[in-house]
Design a protein around this ligand. Sequence first.
Ligand code: ADP
Length: 243
Amino acid sequence: MIKLAGISKAFGKQLVLQNIDLTVRKGEVVVILGPSGSGKTTLLRCMNFLERPSSGEVTIGDFTVNCKRPAKKDIHTLRGKTAMVFQQYNLFKHKTVLENVMEGLIVAQKMPKEEARARSAEVLLKVGLSGKLDAYPSQLSGGQQQRVGIARALVLNPEVILFDEPTSALDPELVGEVLAVIRKIAKEGITMIIVTHEMSFAREVSNHVVFMDGGVIVEEGKPGELFHSPKEERTKQFLKRIT
Ligand code: ADP
C-alpha cells in the first residue's frame, strides 16, 4: 500500500535520513517513535514530498515517485493520495470551521460547493464539532482547532493520513479529546502514520511501531513486542527514559 525504498535526506551536509525502507499495509496504523532530532518529521514529510528526498522512491497505492527529477504533476498526484495533520493545525484564520474543511474539496478535488458543504458538515459531526461550523479558529480551543485539522484531512478521503505530532502543541488537558478522535478514525480502517510522543496512546492505537534514532530505523515490530521486549539497546534506553 505504501512503500518507502532507500529514502535518504540531507540538509546541506547533514544527513538526517539514511536509506530508509518501510512498508505499510492498507488499514494499518503505524506509529513512529524516537528521540527529538532522529528524523521522524522529515521522514513523514518525505512521504508526500513536502521534503524532497535526496534519494529513494515513495510508492502510495499503485503510484511511485522517484526523487530524481520528479515531475510536478507526479508530486501533485502523490500528494492527492495523502493528507497531513500538522502540529500547529495550519488553519485559515479568516475562514470559518466549515470553510476550512470545505477548502480542500473545492480547490483540490473541484467538488461542487453544496456537496462539499454537506460532506464537510458530516465529517465535522464525526470529530464532535457540529456546533462550531460558523466559528473562526481564534474562537476555538487548541484541541478543537486540531480536531478541525483532522476533519480537513479526513474529508479528502485520502489513502493515508500523516499525523505530525498532532498533540504536541496542546495544553495537557486538551490532548485527550484529540487522541480520542484519532482513536475513533483508526477503528474505521483508514491507513495512518503517526509521529507522537504519547506512549500509551501509541501502544493502544498502533498495529505497527517504528523506532528511529539518528536517521535510521533501529527497530520495528508489533506494539506488544516492541514495547514489552525491545531487542535493540537504543530502543530499550529510549523506552526506559520516557515511560
Ligand atoms: P524529529 O521529528 O525526530 O524531531 P526532524 O525530522 O524534525 O526530527 O529533524 C531531523 C534533523 O534534521 C534535525 O537535526 C533537524 O535539525 C534537521 N532538520 C529538519 N528540518 C530541517 C530543515 N528544513 N533544514 C535544515 N535542517 C533540518
